[in-house]
Design a protein around this ligand. Structure first.
Ligand code: FES
Ligand code: FE2
Length: 480
C-alpha cells in the first residue's frame, strides 16, 4: 500500500510512509512535496522540482465488459450509464481532464460517505476455496495465463539478468546484447540444478553442480567431461526457453514453453497504456518479500479487492490516511481498477480544479487477471504475485516494490526499505492472518457460503470473470 506526499508538514499524518521517513531525519523530500512526487516519477530525481502537470499519469477509461453473467452484465451496464462512461473501448490514455474527472468522482463518494456498489449482493460457495478439483483447474488456468513477473528496471541494460520463481517454476530472465528480453527455465539440462541465482549482469551462466555453461540466449556453450554426454550435447543441451515479453513497463513470461508468443497487448487491452503511463517499470526495484500462507490464492487476492475492511483490520495503519468503505470501481474486461480516496481528499473541495494534484488524493489498485495486484501511487509501485500453492488452502505471495527515488543517497534508500517493510507488514500481520482464520473456517465445512456485499464490487468482478474463464457458473445473486 503506497504513500502519497504531503504539501506541508500539516499533512504529514496522512501518510505513515512520510512519518516513517521523518524518523530517518532527512527524508522530507522522499515522499515529497505534492507534484514533486510526479517529477520524481518522471525524472528519477530526489530533489524538489517544479510540477509539470502535463506529465501527470494517464488513466484510460474502463470498458465495463466484464462477464457473461447476466446479473453482473446488467450491473456493469447500469454503472456505465450512471457514470456516462462509453462502452466503446479506447486505445488512448486519458489526459489531465479525465484524471480530474476521476478526482471528482473520488471526491464525491468521499463527501457523500458512500462507495461504488453493485445492484445486488452475491452468495459465493465456500467450496470455491476448498475444492480440490476446482483448485486444479484454477492452477491450470494460472499456468496458461501471461504472468507479470517484475519491473523492466530489473533488466536495466544488455547483459542484465534476474531470477524468479513463478508457480514454483524457476525462471531466468535475461536482456541480450540486442536489448531483447528472453526467459528460460532456470533448470540445468544435465541434472536440473539452477544455473543462476539472484540478479546482476552476466553473459554466461555456469551451473554450480558440474559447470555446464550457457550463454544469455540459453545456448549450451560448454562444460567439462563432454565425452560423457555425446548424445545429449549432439542434440543440443540448451536451456528451455519460455515465452517472454516486455510490456507496459513490466516483464512477462509464459510458463508453457510451446505456447507461442505472448500477446500482452490483447491481454491488457485498454489497461496497457494506462499502466505504461505510470512509468513504474522504470522505477528502482526496492526488494522482494515472500509470504507462504495457509490461504487459498483467491482469498489472498481478495484482501486487496475492497477497503471495507480498513477501519477494522487496518485501523491503525491504512485507515489512518485512507477512507474506509469508500472506493471507485471500474472494470477493464477481466481486469479491474479500484481507487481508494485519501482521508484528506475533502480539503480540495473548495479549491479550484486547476490547482488539484489528482494523484495526491487517492491510491490506485489494479487487479490483473488472474493473479496479480498492482498498487500504485506517485511514490510506490507495489506488485503482488499471488500463486496457487500445493493445495486449495495454500498460496505463495511474492511482494515487490519499486520507487522513483534516487537511491544514490543512502538515507533515501533506507527510507524506501522502511516504506516497503511497513507495507509488507500490513499484509503479513493484518490481512493474511485473518485470511488464514477464514480459510480454517471454510476448511471445517461449518458454513457453505460467504457473502459479497454490494459495496464489494471487486469481489463480484474477480470471481465472475474467473467463472467465465473456466466456463462455470458459481455463486448466486441475492436480489431485493
Ligand atoms: S546439473 Fe548442471 S552441470 Fe550438472
Ligand atoms: Fe487489507
Amino acid at each position: 500500500m503506497p504513500g502519497l506526499g504531503p504539501v506541508t508538514p500539516v499533512r504529514h499524518p496522512h501518510s505513515p510512509f512520510v512519518t516513517q521517513c521523518h524518523k530517518e531525519g532527512d527524508a522530507s523530500q522522499f515522499l515529497g512535496c505534492p507534484g514533486e512526487a510526479n517529477s520524481y516519477a518522471m525524472r528519477h530525481s530526489s530533489s524538489c522540482r517544479n510540477y509539470d502537470s502535463d506529465r501527470s499519469i494517464n488513466l484510460s477509461r474502463p470498458t465495463h465488459t466484464i462477464s457473461s453473467d447476466r446479473d453482473i452484465r446488467s450491473w456493469a451496464a447500469a454503472t456505465a450509464v450512471h457514470r456516462d462512461v462509453s462502452a466503446a473501448p479506447r486505445r488512448h490514455p486519458i489526459d489531465r481532464n479525465e484524471l480530474i474527472d476521476l478526482t471528482r468522482r473520488a471526491l464525491k463518494i468521499a463527501t457523500d460517505k458512500t462507495t461504488d456498489m453493485t445492484p445486488v449482493e452475491r452468495r459465493h460457495p465456500a467450496a470455491m476455496f476448498t475444492d480440490q478439483e476446482r483448485f486444479e483447474r484454477e492452477r491450470e488456468l494460472v499456468l496458461r495465463s501471461p504472468q507479470l513477473v517484475g519491473y523492466r528496471s530489473e533488466l536495466p541494460a544488455p547483459g542484465s539478468f534476474c531470477t524468479k520463481t513463478v508457480m514454483d517454476i524457476p525462471v531466468l530472465l535475461t536482456r541480450g546484447s540486442d536489448g531483447i528480453v528472453r526467459a528460460f527455465q532456470n533448470v540445468c539440462t544435465h541434472r536440473q540444478a539452477p544455473v543462476a541465482k539472484g540478479c546482476g549482469a552476466a553473459e554466461r551462466f555456469v551451473c554450480p553442480f558440474h559447470a555446464w555453461t550457457f550463454d544469455n540466449r540459453g545456448s549450451f556453450v560448454g562444460g567439462p567431461g563432454r565425452e560423457g554426454f555425446p548424445a545429449t550435447i549432439a542434440a543440443g543441451a540448451n536451456l528451455t526457453e519460455l515465452p517472454a515479453a516486455e510490456h507496459s513497463g513490466f516483464l512477462w513470461v509464459g510458463l508453457r514453453p510451446d505456447a507461442g508468443p505472448l500477446d500482452i497487448d490483447t491481454h491488457l487491452g485498454d489497461l496497457g497504456p494506462e499502466l505504461e503511463s505510470w512509468n513504474i517499470g522504470n522505477w528502482a526495484p526496492v526488494g522482494e518479500k515472500v509470504l507462504d500462507v495457509p490461504v487459498n490464492w483467491k482469498l489472498a487476492l481478495d484482501t486487496f479487492a475492497e477497503n471495507y475492511h480498513f477501519a477494522t483490520v487496518h485501523r491503525d495503519t491504512f485507515a489512518v490516511f485512507t477512507k474506509s468503505n469508500c472506493a471507485l470501481f471500474d472494470s477493464y474486461g477481466q481486469h479491474h481498477r479500484l481507487v481508494f480516496p485519501m482521508r484528506h481528499i475533502g480539503d480540495i473541495a473548495d479549491q479550484p480544479e486547476e490547482s488539484w494534484e489528482p494523484l495526491n488524493n487517492f491510491v490506485v489498485i489494479y487487479a490483473l487477471f488472474p493473479n496479480i495486484v498492482l498498487s500504485a501511487t506517485v511514490a510506490n509501485g507495489e506488485v503482488f504475485r499471488v500463486y496457487p500453492g500445493s493445495k486449495p488452502g495454500h498460496s505463495v505471495t511474492y511482494h515487490q516494490n519499486a520507487s522513483p527515488m534516487d537511491f544514490s543517497d543512502e538515507s533515501i534508500r533506507k527510507a524506501a526499505d522502511d516504506v516497503f517493510e511497513y507495507a509488507h507488514a500490513s499484509v503479513r500481520d493484518e490481512d493474511y492472518p485473518l485470511a488464514a482464520d477464514i480459510q480454517r473456517a471454510m476448511n471445517s465445512g461449518a458454513r457453505a457460503e460467504m457473502i459479497f456485499g454490494r459495496n464489494e464490487p471487486g469481489l463480484h468482478h474477480r470471481h465472475s470473470v474467473l467463472d467465465e474463464a473456466l466456463g462455470e457458473s458459481t455463486g448466486e445473486s441475492l436480489g431485493v
